[in-house]
Design a protein around this ligand. Structure first.
Ligand SMILES: Cc1cc2nc3c(=O)[nH]c(=O)nc-3n(C[C@H](O)[C@H](O)[C@H](O)COP(=O)(O)OP(=O)(O)OC[C@H]3O[C@@H](n4cnc5c(N)ncnc54)[C@H](O)[C@@H]3O)c2cc1C
Length: 465
């Protein structure tokens, strides 16, 4: 891999990256796909090639779709660099990556970022206790190792993935002690005007309803409109406390899995210096891009959930659109051919996205959850900075995310703000009375993933003249 130069590099082996690579290779473009996982599939189709068949069945029919995508990619001439993590990317399209404990620099003529989404980190009292994890972690253990909780679990949060995991666990025989839904009940009304359009993609709705019916039939206690979620325990989680219909309730559990929706992973676009916008409907930052996925940086595209949350099917088509535009930019296909080849993908995407405005309105998280963690709640886990310390600095006049970073070290730890930047933006805006876009986004700094000094020192970099 050392100092290798590629005509096209794709970062991320989920639906967006796999379809982009297969299409680019089909048109004769030499390309390589980098992914930190050991096999293709991304988040949704994680471990799709190695999972035992009975486990794959428990994950539902949508999961099985990944087999075809992974196969098409394997059949293509695209190079595959698995277990390779990108830790830096700059506007000159130079990439720092680590593989098998070695760090490398790579470069490319064109790059498509397809690094997907991450679960939205939401600080709440007790969220750092051992025994409290994100639902995605539970799902990853299930997909990659067939591991499920053996002593019951409380699931809490909001969004379709929470329901999906509950359903998957139910089928795997896991005891679900309770499902605590923090989605505000008022969202039912605000989402209602978006329902007619959502019915055009009714398969998503029917699937969600079917999951709920299965969970109800199985007797899973489901609490709607939950607030004031707290995880409590001395050394580790012992109880989960919450408010439901005005009453405080407590459940005993060793495991709490939370999920508050997904947001684009923007570490790479931030590192490269792309422009980002605040998306009020999705309550997150996302990189600016045109309708081919081209970012504000020349020769750099973004496809899939990393560009804004639209789901796996849409990601597949977005990957193809980005690859078509790359091919056209390299004069490997004409503009007319690109436009003609993109028609079906655009039609699919349009149809698939009918559901999005409804989902975004229905699963809007309450302001109380996003902006009001108690003063002693840790917000930046790496540097252990609390909500109170952030508020104190805002009250001292530091009402900008980057100023806060300098004064508190918030966002300067190993995760480089991935876990806290959204929460900080909400707290600063709430405390200062500003809008989130005014408070700014943490400036990205490489390495965006942990890198040891040994790896850095051993790196063989060509001298630039
Ligand atoms: C934890 C989690 C679980 C999910 N489970 C489901 C599910 O079961 N069903 C569902 O419908 N949707 C699920 N989603 C949503 C789903 O991931 C997306 O809709 C869809 O996968 C988006 O596809 P993508 O190609 O954009 O990105 P992804 O599928 O997320 O693929 C991105 C890939 O890029 C890799 N990557 C990221 N950063 C780097 C880096 N720096 N270096 C190297 N590789 C990198 C990731 O490991 C991943 O393999 C999940 C999301 C998350 C965060």
């Amino acid at each position: 891999m050392k100092n290798k130069h590629y005509p096209l590099l794709i970062i991320g082996g989920g639906p967006a990256g796999l379809s982009a690579a297969a299409l680019a290779a089909e048109h004769g473009l030499a390309c390589a796909l980098i992914d930190e996982q050991a096999e293709p599939g991304g988040q949704i189709y994680r471990a799709i090639e190695s999972i035992p068949e009975p486990h794959a069945k428990l994950l539902g029919s949508e999961y099985q779709r990944g087999k075809g995508l992974a196969q098409a990619f394997r059949n293509s001439s695209a190079d595959y660099l698995p277990e390779t993590r990108v830790w830096s990317l700059n506007a000159d399209l130079q990439i720092g990556a680590t593989r098998q404990d070695q760090a490398y620099m790579l470069s490319a003529e064109r790059i498509i970022i397809a690094s997907g989404a991450m679960e939205r980190p939401v600080p709440f009292p007790g969220w750092t206790l051992p025994g409290v994890m994100q639902a995605g972690a539970g799902q990853i253990l299930f997909k990659t190792a067939g591991l499920v909780p053996d002593n019951g679990v409380v699931l809490a949060g909001s969004g379709p993935l929470l329901l999906l995991l509950a359903w998957q666990y139910l089928h795997a025989g896991v005891e679900i002690k309770a499902l605590l839904d923090v989605t505000p009940l008022g969202n039912h009304l605000t989402a209602l005007p978006k329902l007619p359009k959502a019915l055009l993609a009714h398969h998503y709705l029917t699937k969600g309803i079917a999951y709920q019916i299965d969970l109800k039939r199985a007797g899973v206690p489901m609490y709607l409109g939950v607030s004031d979620l707290k995880a409590e325990g001395d050394e580790k989680l012992q109880t989960v406390q919450f408010k439901h219909r005005g009453k405080t309730k407590t459940l005993e559990s060793e495991l709490l899995l939370t999920h508050f929706g997904v947001i684009p992973q923007i570490a790479l676009t931030e590192a490269a210096g792309c422009r980002h916008d605040w998306d009020g409907n999705q309550q997150c930052w996302r990189p600016q891009h045109d309708d081919w996925g081209k970012t504000s940086i020349e020769k750099l595209w973004i496809a899939g959930d990393g560009a804004g949350i639209n789901g796996a099917r849409s990601a597949e088509h977005a990957g193809r659109l980005a690859a078509l535009d790359v091919l056209q930019s390299l004069k490997l296909i004409a503009v007319e051919k690109r436009d003609q080849l993109s028609k079906k993908d655009r039609q699919w995407m349009l149809a698939d996205r009918h559901i999005r405005p409804f989902l975004e309105a229905y699963f809007q998280l309450p302001k109380s959850l996003l902006t009001v963690p108690q003063d002693d709640t840790v917000v930046c886990r790496c540097e252990e900075i609390s909500a109170g310390e952030i508020r104190a600095q805002v009250n001292n006049g530091h009402d900008n995310s980057n100023q806060l970073k300098y004064f508190t070290r918030c966002g300067m730890g190993p995760c480089q703000g991935r876990q806290c930047s959204n929460a900080v933006a909400h707290i600063v805006a709430d405390c200062s009375g500003k809008n989130i876009p005014e408070t700014g986004l943490f400036r990205g700094r490489p390495p965006i993933a942990p890198l040891t000094l040994k790896q850095l020192a051993a790196m063989d970099v060509e001298e630039q003249t």
